[in-house]
Design a protein around this ligand. Structure first.
Ligand SMILES: [Zn+2]
Ligand SMILES: [Zn+2]
Length: 141
């Protein structure tokens, strides 16, 4: 994903119906620059360097998720992770994620999709909210 400019981020936030505060712009910028979804703690730690307190960081993540700018994902470890909703992506239709069972590293698998046939088959069972692949990442193998 190419790194968006601050002005673009501000516009994106405003278009979602939120005020483009410096904390929100910084949050979105951080998540766009990340190669994997980040936890509350990851984001709060980063924003603390800019003098933004933890409570504000948390509130902004939730507000921006509600506004459809971010997607919240839970990968089986009961930790919420956040990532920007990509261009042309639906807020609720996520790409699969890969979780390393050794180091816990989470990676986005942007190019991988369920086929129509698989989607139809999975709808027989229920609504898929998360596709998760587990294994050993390249660093751990
Ligand atoms: Zn690993
Ligand atoms: Zn992802």
């Amino acid at each position: 994903m190419p790194e968006p400019k601050t002005e673009d981020l501000r516009r994106t936030i405003r278009e979602a119906g939120l005020r483009a505060t410096p904390a929100r712009v910084a949050t979105l910028n951080l998540l766009h620059g990340a190669t994997s979804p980040l936890t509350h703690a990851d984001v709060a730690e980063h924003l603390a360097e800019r003098g933004i307190d933890k409570a504000t960081a948390y509130r902004n993540l939730n507000d921006m998720t509600d506004a459809g700018l971010l997607r919240r994902t839970e990968l089986g470890d009961h930790v919420w992770r956040f990532e920007p909703v990509g261009e042309g992506e639906h807020a609720h239709a996520t790409h699969p994620h890969f979780v390393c069972v050794d180091c816990g590293r989470v990676s986005c698998l942007n190019g991988i999709k369920l086929t129509e046939k698989s989607l139809t088959a999975s709808r027989q069972i229920g609504e898929v909210t998360e596709i998760l692949l587990r294994g050993h990442c390249k660093i751990c193998t």
